[in-house]
Design a protein around this ligand. Structure first.
Ligand code: TYD
Length: 424
C-alpha cells in the first residue's frame, strides 16, 4: 500500500474514541463533591481533550489547590466507571489496522494518564496496532502536547514524514509547531472553525474520509466467509462473530448466499423452492453464480471499499462443494461460470465448520423450518458435498480454516476468534 507518512499519531479523546460521556459525568461528579456549582453539558464538554487541571482553573476559576482536589475527585469516579462509558468511533479500528499493516509507526499522544490509555486500548482491541502510547503520569498537572508527541515518536523520526490527528486546537498547534502534518478530526469535541483556525492541513467530519486522506487510498475491508454442511451451526457463530467484531470497533456487515440483496433473494426463492423440483444441475449452478455476482456488486464490494468487514454465510466454496462435487459438475465448470465473481473478489479467510452427517441431520430435524429443495437431497449427495469441502480445505489450507463444529457453541467460537485473530 502506498503510504503518505511514516508515522501517524493520534490524540485519544474525541479522535480515536468518543469518551465524552464518561468525562462529562465524572467532571459533574467532582464539582458536586466539592460543592461547586453544576455546569451545563456544553461546558462539561470543554473538559474533553486538554489537561484536566488546566480546565478546572480556566473554566471554574479554581486555584491550583482546588483544581488538584477536583482532579482527585474526578479520578475517583472516572477510573472505576467513567473510563468504560466510551466507544471507538466507527471506522477507527479499520483505519488503525490499515495503517499498522502498511508498516507505518502508529501511536497515541494524549494528555490522558498512560495507564488509562493502555487499559482502553486493550479493551477496544487496538493495542496490537499501536507502536507507542504516550500519555501523562498521574502526578503531572498538565503536559505540553509537543512533549507528548515527541515521546510517541520513534527515535530519529523525520517530522516532515509524520502526521498528528487530533480534535482540538492543542493537537493542531503542537503538530504545526513541530513541523508535522496536522489533521483535524472535526467529529470530536472541537468548536466550529477551531481546527482550521489553528492551522490544520486538512479537517474531516468523519473517519471514513479521513482514512482515505491519511492512507492515500480507501482502506480495504475484510471478507470472511463461513461454510459447512447444512445444520453445522453457521448462523449462531456468524451472529456471535458480528457482535464480537462490533465490540472491537469494526463495522461488520452480515450477509448470505444465495441472497443478500433483492435480486439475489428472488433467485434464492427459485433455487430453493420445492416447486423447482427437477431443475437441471447446470441451471442450479448458473442461478447460484448469477445471484453471487449481483450480491458481490451490490453488497460485498461496496462494503469492502469503505473498510467494513463482510461476514458472508456461504460463498463460492458452497458452489464448489455442492455443485462441482455434490452435483458432479466438476470444478472447472463451476469456476468458469463464476469467473465474473472470481475476477472481482474472494474471501480473505473462510471458516469451514464441520459436523458429521448424523449430527447435521439431528440438528436439522430439531430446527422448526421445513426442509428446502437441497436439504431433501439423498445421502450420497451430502457425502459428495462433504468430500468436496474436504478437498477444498486441503488444497487451500492458507485461506480455509477447518473448525470442528460438533462441540459446544462456546468452544467453537473460541476457534472462530482464533482463526481471524491474525487478520485483525
Ligand atoms: P440455506 O437455508 O441458506 O442453508 P444453510 O442454512 O445450510 O446455509 O440454503 C442454502 C442452500 O443452498 C444450502 O443447502 C447450500 C446450498 N448452496 C449451494 O448448493 N450452492 C451454493 O453456491 C450456495 C451458496 C448454497
Amino acid at each position: 500500500m502506498a503510504r503518505k507518512y511514516d508515522c501517524y499519531l493520534f490524540d485519544f479523546d474525541g479522535t480515536v474514541a468518543d469518551t465524552g460521556e464518561g468525562i462529562r459525568r465524572s467532571v459533574a461528579y467532582s464539582l458536586e463533591k466539592l460543592g461547586c456549582a453544576a455546569l451545563p453539558d456544553q461546558a462539561l464538554s470543554r473538559f474533553i481533550g486538554p489537561p484536566l487541571h488546566d480546565s478546572y482553573v480556566e473554566y471554574c476559576g479554581m486555584t491550583d489547590e482546588q483544581a488538584e482536589a477536583a482532579v482527585a475527585a474526578y479520578r475517583e469516579r472516572y477510573v472505576e466507571i467513567g473510563l468504560y462509558e466510551s466507544r471507538l468511533y466507527p471506522g477507527m479500528a479499520a483505519l488503525l489496522r490499515a495503517l499498522h499493516r502498511s508498516g507505518a509507526w502508529v501511536a497515541i499522544a494524549s494528555a490522558k494518564p498512560t495507564f488509562m490509555l493502555e487499559r482502553l486500548a486493550e479493551r477496544f482491541g487496538i493495542a496490537g496496532y499501536l507502536n507507542a502510547i504516550s500519555g501523562t503520569g498521574l502526578d503531572r498537572h498538565s503536559a505540553d502536547k509537543r512533549d507528548l508527541i515527541l515521546a510517541a515518536l520513534p527515535e530519529g523520526a523525520d517530522l516532515s514524514r509524520a502526521a498528528m490527528v487530533g480534535d482540538r486546537r492543542f493537537d493542531i498547534e503542537a503538530a504545526r509547531a513541530l513541523g508535522m502534518a496536522a489533521v483535524g478530526a472535526d467529529y470530536g469535541y472541537s468548536v466550529p472553525g477551531e481546527l482550521r483556525q489553528a492551522g490544520a492541513n486538512a479537517v474531516f467530519d468523519g473517519v471514513e474520509e479521513m482514512s482515505e486522506w491519511l492512507l492515500g487510498e480507501k482502506p480495504r475491508g475484510l471478507f470472511i466467509s463461513l461454510e459447512g454442511s447444512d445444520g453445522c451451526g453457521k448462523s449462531t457463530q456468524i451472529a456471535l462473530l458480528k457482535e464480537y467484531l462490533e465490540k472491537r470497533g469494526f463495522e461488520a456487515v452480515l450477509t448470505r448466499e444465495p441472497g443478500g440483496c433483492p435480486i439475489s433473494e428472488r433467485i434464492r426463492e427459485v433455487i430453493l423452492s420445492l416447486d423447482s423440483k427437477g431443475m437441471s444441475a447446470e441451471c442450479e449452478a448458473l442461478l447460484y453464480a448469477a445471484s453471487r455476482i449481483e450480491h458481490v456488486r451490490e453488497v460485498i464490494e461496496p462494503a469492502l471499499n469503505c473498510g467494513k468487514i463482510v461476514i458472508c454465510d456461504r460463498f463460492l466454496d458452497s458452489s464448489i462443494a455442492y455443485q462441482a462435487y455434490g452435483r458432479e459438475l466438476g470444478e472447472d465448470f463451476i469456476r468458469q461460470i463464476n469467473a465474473p465473481t472470481i475476477r472481482r473478489v474472494l474471501p480473505d479467510r473462510t471458516l469451514l465448520l464441520t459436523v458429521d452427517r448424523s449430527e447435521s441431520r439431528r440438528r436439522m430435524a430439531e430446527g422448526r423450518a421445513p426442509l428446502d429443495r437441497l436439504e431433501l437431497e439423498k445421502e450420497d449427495f451430502f457425502a459428495r458435498v462433504a468430500a468436496g469441502y474436504d478437498r477444498l480445505a486441503r488444497a487451500e489450507g492458507d485461506r480455509v480454516t477447518v473448525i470442528d463444529a460438533s462441540r459446544t457453541i462456546g468452544e467453537v467460537f473460541e476457534d472462530v476468534k482464533a482463526a481471524i485473530a491474525e487478520l485483525l
